[in-house]
Structures are given as C-alpha cells and as structure tokens.
Design a protein around this ligand. Structure first.
Ligand SMILES: Cc1cc2nc3c(=O)[nH]c(=O)nc-3n(C[C@H](O)[C@H](O)[C@H](O)COP(=O)(O)OP(=O)(O)OC[C@H]3O[C@@H](n4cnc5c(N)ncnc54)[C@H](O)[C@@H]3O)c2cc1C
Length: 447
C-alpha cells in the first residue's frame, strides 16, 4: 500500500506515526515544505515572553524519528497539485527546484491552515509579522529585545496571549480587534469584561470594535490605520484567524463554504481513498451536531490518530469536538468548552446561561479566591451545551469536565448530581461545577 502524506505538523505527524506503527509494511512518503515538523506554535507567545526553557523542545518529533519508523521523508518539498482522478501529486523540491510526480493508493491530506492576510494597502510592510510557524516564531523572538512598542491585531486566543506577554515584558501594547470584546468568540461578556480590565490594568491600549484598513511603514516602525483611528508602534502582528489550506483539493472533494474538508466518522473525504485531518478538516461540533471549522491542535492530533486507525479498514469512529480550550492571562485561568450564549445565538441554537461566583475553597482557609463559572444549556432538553470559568485559581480542568458532560449528552440535572469530591484544600462541599449546574437546574425549573 502506497500512502502519501501532505504536510506534517500535528495531523500529518500523528497520522504517519500511527500508520507505520500499525502497518510497518506500508510505503509512506511524507511531503513537508518546512525543514522541521511537529512545531508547537502554542509556545510562540511563551517564547517571546521568556518562558521557554529551550526552543528545540517546542518540537516533539523529527524527520529522523519518522524515518526510523519507516517513512520516506521529503522535507522542503511542496505538493503543488493533486489529481484525485489519477491519484497523482506534483511535487517541487524547494531546494533544487526539481519537479516530480508521485502516485498514491491512499492520500493523507494534512496541510493545515494559513493565516488570514487581507489584501489591505501596506499589507507587505516589513514591520508586519505573522504568528503561525517556526519561521514566524524565530522572527518574532529575534525582534523582541529591540522593540519598545507593538500593535497586535486580533484579540482571539493567539493575539490575546501575545499582547499579554508583550505587556508583561514592559512593551507599550495596543490590541486591536474588529469585534467589540476581547476573546469574543470564546467567552461571553461576563468574563471578557474582566479580561479587558486585566489588560487595562497592565497598560495595554484596547482598540476594540475597530477594523484595520491600512498599514504604512515609517522611519520608526509601522502605522496601523483603522476605521476609527491610527496607531503607531515598532512592529505590528497580524493574528486575525486562519483559513483551511485546501485549494489543492478544491472541486475534488466536498467542503464547507470556507474550504474546510468534510469527512465521514472515519476521517474519509467524499473520495474514500483521501483522508483529511487537522486544520484542513471540518469537525463534528457536538454542541450543535453540525460540521464546523474549529482549528485546534487537539482536533488535529486526535484526527491524525484516527486516520492511522482507519487507513486500512474503517474501525474507529471520531467522537467529535466541543472546542475545549484554556488560556492563562495575567495569572488568571480562563477556560471553556462548548457554546457560549453569544456562540449559541450566532449559530441559531436556543440556549440559556447561568453564572455563579464563589470562593473555590472555604473561607476558613488562610487563602482562597473566587471562581466565576457559567453554564449554557438547552432549555428544552436541559442538556449541557457549554461552560466557561475564570479565576486566579487553576480551574482549567473544569473545561474538561464540561467537555465530557457535553460529549455524553448530560443534562444539567445529571451534572448537578455527579459525584465530585470535597476536600477543603481543593474545593467547597458544593464544588463550583456542582453549584453552577444546580443554579441552572433552579433556573430551568422556574421557566
Ligand atoms: C500561535 C498559535 C497558538 C496556538 N495555540 C494552540 C493551543 O494552545 N491549543 C490548541 O489546541 N491549538 C493551538 N493552536 C492551533 C494549532 O496550532 C493548529 O490547530 C495545529 O497546528 C493544526 O495542525 P495541522 O497539522 O492540522 O496543521 P498545520 O499546523 O497548519 O500544519 C500543516 C503543515 O503542512 C505543511 N504544508 C502545507 N501545505 C503544504 C504543501 N502543499 N506541501 C507540503 N507541505 C505543506 C505546512 O508547512 C505545515 O507544516 C495554535 C496556533 C497558533 C498559530
């Protein structure tokens, strides 16, 4: 069996590992346009902020490790076209320029995503940076010591983390987003108001509800113009999202309107000999039961593993995702799984949300701090649809609990009665998850 893998960061690396572990007799060729693989881009902001012990540890695999498993590694090779009808790929060696053709029995398509770069005036500015891969990471890290000011465009997780690290490093930071709140797609206003206060308390200028319209280099750096104002800094970083890098298969397999490739439960596309995983793929979003685009390393890793499990025979089903995530900003833990109230509204899902706030452990302890917890549920079925948490205490694992509740289709009534432990070092007799579920139950009973 001849397998071609296109792209190897997370999805491609995990798929290759799984395929060759289960089928050491398979012939697997991996084409990757970079000279490294498995880069953990989640470490970029931490590296820029000086929290990475050794940047080489931001890679968990290597071309040598996959070669040792039996793969033929074609690093610095770009796949430039795919003809699904003849199962042929065209490849360019990025070092020599040589062009070749290769054939597959099955294709593992894992070229991930590309940063969204809108065609605005000045977009080619030398002082405008991206934040996606190892090359971007090296460029940003090398620049950090020299800059006194930075504009971060995009207040999603990536921009939020970069802005935080630059603020903590004493830089003059401006965070711009077209949406009116930071982390607007991840959290409701009860939490984002508090996060915005943290930025302001650390001197970060927030330019929210402002759309960038142009960039211009000047002798001291870059000016970013929005529809409401103009901001100058030494550098700017564009972090406004990603789109699936799927043009090579356009018109050849079924896709969502944004280009994310649809799969069945076994990671097969509408052409069953082509598998897709990671940021190129749509996910099954359990809170809505629909296909959605949620580019996360967690999805890429799990889907890559499933490609390996299903490459010969369809055996292991994909369970879908809740988009469970967490971020630490200014010593606060902010974590979520599933739908927020606003996310539900945007997707046309009927949902109710309750909030509670309580000390995470009893006040007789010499120290404690509050947890703000939100639970979103379907008022008709009482099923849990989402949950979000904010605290100076590490409440990140609460998002994983909510993830399991959504995945197993628990109701708020069941979640309220789950056997969670109590011990005063860790929580209250009624833990914050039980408490928010009980508040939801009380609200649902009133309605
Ligand atoms: C700054 C940052 C922080 C993040 N933090 C988190 C986090 O904390 N948690 C989380 O879950 N997710 C996080 N993510 C998202 C996560 O990194 C992505 O979801 C993940 O990288 C997707 O993996 P992938 O293998 O599908 O695709 P990609 O990472 O996009 O990798 C695709 C690979 O394919 C190669 N390729 C593309 N086209 C071709 C071609 N034509 N020929 C050959 N090779 C090709 C590329 O060079 C690349 O190596 C973060 C992302 C960024 C950018």
């Amino acid at each position: 069996m001849k397998i071609i893998v296109v792209g190897a960061t997370h999805a491609g690396t995990f798929a290759t590992q799984q395929i060759l572990t289960a089928h050491p007799d398979y012939e697997v060729t991996v084409y990757e346009r970079n000279d490294t693989l498995s880069f953990l881009s989640c470490g970029i902001a931490l590296w820029v902020g000086g929290h990475v012990s050794d940047p080489n540890k931001m890679f968990y695999s290597s071309p040598e490790a996959l070669t040792a498993l039996g793969a033929t590694m074609a690093m610095q090779h770009e796949v430039t076209s795919i003809d699904a009808a003849t199962r042929t790929v065209s490849v360019t060696d990025l070092v020599s320029g040589e062009q070749t053709l290769d054939h597959y029995d099955k294709l593992v398509f894992t070229p991930g995503s590309a940063p969204i770069v809108p065609p605005l005036p000045g977009i080619k500015s030398l002082n405008l940076y991206l934040c996606k891969n190892w090359g971007d990471a090296k460029r940003l890290e090398a620049k950090t010591a020299d800059i006194r000011s930075v504009i971060v465009i995009g207040a999603g997780y990536i921009g939020a983390e970069l802005a935080e690290q630059y603020a903590l490093a004493g830089k003059d930071v401006t965070l711009i987003d077209a949406l009116p709140r930071v982390l607007a797609k991840n959290f409701d206003q009860n939490i984002t108001d508090r996060v915005e206060d943290l930025y302001r308390a650390h001197g970060t200028k927030l330019a929210l509800g402002e759309k960038v319209v142009a960039f211009a280099d000047d002798e001291s750096g870059i000016t970013v113009t929005t529809d409401k104002g103009s901001y100058a800094a030494d550098i700017a970083i564009l972090a406004i999202g990603f789109r699936p890098a799927t043009t090579l298969l356009k018109g050849q397999v079924d896709m969502l309107p944004n280009g994310a490739i649809l799969t069945d439960d076994y990671m097969r596309t509408s052409r069953p000999e082509i598998f897709v995983a990671g940021d190129s793929a749509a996910v099954h979003y359990n809170p809505t039961g629909k296909a959605d685009y949620i580019p996360l390393a967690t999805n890429a890793v799990r889907q890559g593993i499933l490609v390996g499990a299903n490459i010969e025979v369809a055996t292991e089903k994909y369970l879908g995702t809740q988009a469970t995530s967490a971020v630490e900003l200014f010593d606060h833990c902010i974590a979520a799984s599933g739908l927020t109230q606003e996310g539900a509204k945007a997707r046309g899902v009927a949902a109710a949300t309750v909030d509670i706030e309580q000390p995470y452990r009893p006040e007789f302890m010499t120290s404690t701090t509050n947890v703000l917890a939100s639970l979103t549920y379907d008022p008709a079925t009482r099923r849990v649809l989402g949950g979000a948490f904010y605290s100076q205490h590490d409440v990140s694992m609460s998002a994983n609990v909510i993830s399991m509740a959504i995945q197993t289709q628990m109701t708020i009534d069941q979640l309220a009665m789950v056997d969670f432990f109590f011990q005063p070092n860790f929580d209250q007799p009624l833990s914050w998850i039980s408490a928010v579920a009980m508040a939801a139950k009380a609200r649902a009973d009133e309605a």
